[in-house]
Design a protein around this ligand. Sequence first.
Ligand SMILES: Cc1cc2nc3c(=O)[nH]c(=O)nc-3n(C[C@H](O)[C@H](O)[C@H](O)COP(=O)(O)O)c2cc1C
Length: 182
Amino acid sequence: MAKKILIIVGSMREQSFNRQLSRKAAELLAGKAEVSWLSYRDIPYMNQDIEFPAPREVLRVRKEVSEADGIWIFTPEYNHSYPGVLKNLLDWLSRPVEAGNRGSAAAAGKKTAISGAAGKSAAAHSRSKLRELLTMMQAEVLEEETGISLDMKAFQTDLLELTEEDEKQLAKQAEAFLQFLG
Ligand SMILES: Cc1cc2nc3c(=O)[nH]c(=O)nc-3n(C[C@H](O)[C@H](O)[C@H](O)COP(=O)(O)O)c2cc1C
C-alpha cells in the first residue's frame, strides 16, 4: 500500500514559497505516495488550562499526524528560527495523549523530513533549529534536507523558481524519504 505523507507548511501566507515548494515535492511523490496537506490555522495557542480534554481542532490534527506514515515540514525562516505558528502546532503534537507516557504523543517516533525556503541563508538556521526541536520531541528525522535561497526576482514576483541544483536536491530528498518510510 502507498505510504501516506502529510505535508506541514510553516507559513500561513497564501503565496508562501514554502507552500509552492511543497507542491513541487508532491509532484515528485506522485504515484509513489499518498500526499495531503495539514490544515492547522484553527488550532488555539498552547495553553495548559485548555489541554485536557484537548480542543476539537487539536484532536483532528493529532489524528491526521498519527495516521500518516511520515510528515514533511516546509519551513520559512523568521529571525533565524522557525515561525511561531509552527512551534505552536508542534507543541500540541509533543504532548502525551496518555497521561505520563511521552511516547504516546502524536510526534513521537514519527518519521519526518525537513525543507525550507528563505532568504540568503536558505533557511539553514531554521532547519537546524527545527531538527533540534523534532529530535527532542523523539521524532525520527531524515538526514537529507533541502534548503532554497530565494533571490530578488522571487521576492518581486512571489513565484518560486528552482535552479537545476535545487530540483536535484529536492528529488534526492524525496527519494530518500520514500526509502526511509520503507
Ligand atoms: C518576521 C520575519 C522574519 C524573517 N527573518 C528572516 C531570517 O532570519 N532569515 C531569512 O532568510 N529570511 C527571513 N525572513 C524572510 C522570510 O524567510 C521570507 O519572507 C520567506 O519567503 C517566508 O516564507 P513563505 O514565503 O513560505 O511565507 C523573515 C520574514 C519575516 C516575516
